[in-house]
Design a protein around this ligand. Structure first.
Ligand SMILES: [Ca+2]
Ligand SMILES: [Ca+2]
Length: 154
């Protein structure tokens, strides 16, 4: 291979890498943050879980309350809410249909990864919604409360 051809290949490789980076970041709507292939929005106001679901759905196509699928996402979200000074946020899981059986709100499938705090979920005086706490663990909480929330674009 000639030096010129090698040089061209190098330029193409660099450009496509740049484009991949650009597309990955451009994919997120304004004000949303990118992490590991998904876009996330951290609310600036508190809402009941019902209103939070509606707000996420109206914000973007495929918008839903964030569903925490694994430890990496969990850690990143915890860091984000800490940075933003939120001590608790709603996430997309509930056991409202079958007590003790927590399902994803977007598709009613059971959640595989969990990170409950000590003694949680305890369903204290009926707690059927799930919140992520800034200390990094999850808690079931009564759905009537207003709280900050995280949207995720599926
Ligand atoms: Ca419950
Ligand atoms: Ca609880």
């Amino acid at each position: 291979m000639s030096f010129a051809a090698l040089f061209m290949l190098l330029i193409i490789a660099q450009t496509s890498q740049g484009l991949t980076w650009f597309n990955a970041h451009r994919r997120c709507p304004k004000g949303w943050s990118w992490f590991s292939g998904h876009c996330y929005f951290f609310s600036k106001e508190k809402a009941t879980i019902k209103d939070a679901i509606t707000k996420c759905a109206y914000a973007v196509e495929g918008g839903r309350l964030a569903e925490v699928g694994g430890p990496r996402e969990d850690k990143w979200l915890k860091l984000q809410i800490k940075i933003r000074g939120m001590n608790r946020v709603w996430m997309g899981a509930s056991d409202i249909s079958d007590e003790g059986k927590f399902l994803k709100l977007s598709n009613a499938k059971s959640i595989k990864y969990t990170n409950w705090g000590k003694g949680q979920p305890d369903d204290y005086k009926t707690e059927d919604c799930v919140e992520l706490l800034d200390r990094g663990t999850w808690n079931d909480r009564n759905c009537v409360y207003k709280d900050f929330f995280i949207c995720e674009q599926a």
